[in-house]
Design a protein around this ligand. Structure first.
Ligand SMILES: Cc1cc2nc3c(=O)[nH]c(=O)nc-3n(C[C@H](O)[C@H](O)[C@H](O)COP(=O)(O)OP(=O)(O)OC[C@H]3O[C@@H](n4cnc5c(N)ncnc54)[C@H](O)[C@@H]3O)c2cc1C
Length: 322
């Protein structure tokens, strides 16, 4: 795993729509790309109306000296995916060499891979790598409809019966509990998809009495249970009210208002930016994977980087003590 981000100026060599809302890009990276494992991602500098920022994309298998990513278009967003969709062949962008926080452990005799929607991107390379090594696995891939499921046809063609596609518009649903029940006891599950899918998988895994160490997941931090609405927070002890716009995270709004915050991953994984919730008058849209389901139901804390209120107002405590 690479700890220091190494930025490179890369050139777009391919931009192709591969599903209704997914485009695949390929970049030529000067100086080459070190070998990377499936599950790796790179960071890309994107331009938003609010200025330049970073978005992260899983690295697909690519030819030597190149990186390839597949990007889902988010219509109602701050604009990172829109920026990516605007890239044309010959454009130059800044990206980092791959790093991996979702590595295949290679220790299990059998793997269950699950993907929901654009969550296929890290799982795609894992399936190919397992097939290449002859390690038994099953890939279960669900989406709203076949038309939005990138790589579905190719995966079926190359991996055959190891792949099960579930298109929601045809009434096909992933039976998570049944898939877990069919996984041999020493098998491992790797999953990437929207937050409600991860939540369902985690509870089914626990209900089946499986060890948490054999469940690995990655979350893109880009999905919640409610649409983004404006809300307000009163910061206890600071005598300050902060309005959070729909296109802004609570963490950004707090920092813009001059509230000092500690944070790191900005994906709802590390929990460093968690704030205490003293009271709230609208549901909390927990979008993190840091808190347990029990803690989320208690509603006493939330990760400011991804989670938000579905509207209304909350009193929060950010740990400030005069
Ligand atoms: C490790 C990792 C790997 C990833 N790999 C991929 C990949 O392979 N392909 C891919 O397409 N994406 C991937 N992502 C997600 C990607 O980094 C971006 O989050 C995504 O492109 C959306 O960016 P955006 O600026 O268009 O949307 P954002 O503004 O970030 O919004 C994305 C979605 O979040 C919601 N949203 C809108 N506003 C807010 C807000 N203020 N706060 C919280 N949520 C909001 C909306 O539902 C919106 O559709 C990955 C993320 C991570 C962390």
């Amino acid at each position: 795993m690479r700890n220091k981000l190494e930025w490179r100026e890369a050139v777009v060599t391919r931009s192709e729509q591969i599903a209704d809302d997914v485009r695949q890009f390929e970049f030529a990276v000067p100086g080459g790309v070190p070998r990377f494992d499936p599950g790796s991602h790179c960071n890309i500098k994107v331009g938003l109306a609010a200025g330049q920022t970073i978005r992260t994309y899983s690295c697909l298998p690519a030819k030597p000296g190149h990186l390839s990513v597949a990007v889902k278009h988010h219509e109602h967003s701050r604009g990172g995916s829109r920026f990516m969709w605007g890239l044309a062949e010959g454009d130059t962008i800044a990206l980092t060499l791959p790093e991996n926080r979702f590595e295949l452990a290679w220790r299990a005799p059998y793997y269950l891979l699950m993907a929901g929607g654009i969550g296929i991107t890290p799982i795609f390379g894992m399936a190919q790598a397992l097939a290449k090594r002859g390690t038994p696995f099953r890939l279960v891939y669900g989406g709203r409809s076949r038309a939005v499921m990138a790589f579905a046809d190719g995966l079926e063609e190359t991996l055959g019966e190891a792949v099960q596609i579930h298109a929601g518009d045809l009434g096909q649903r992933v039976d998570v509990a049944a898939e877990i029940a069919n996984l041999p006891p020493d098998g491992e599950l790797y999953v990437c998809g929207p937050i409600d899918m991860l939540t369902a998988v985690k509870s089914a895994w626990q209900a089946a009495g499986r060890p948490m160490g054999r469940l690995r997941f990655e979350v893109f931090g880009d999905s919640g249970l409610y649409v983004e609405a404006p809300f307000e927070v009163d910061v206890q002890g600071l005598d300050r009210s902060v309005a959070v716009r729909p296109d802004q995270t609570l963490l950004d709004a707090l920092m813009e208002a001059g509230v000092e915050m500690i944070y790191d991953c900005q994906r709802g994984e590390c929990g460093l930016c968690a704030v205490d919730i003293v009271s709230h008058d609208a549901p909390i849209d927990h979008r993190d994977v840091f808190f347990s389901e029990h803690e989320k139901q208690e509603g006493r804390r939330m990760c400011a980087c991804v989670s938000r209120l579905a509207g209304g107002r909350a009193v929060i405590d950010v740990g400030y003590r005069p």
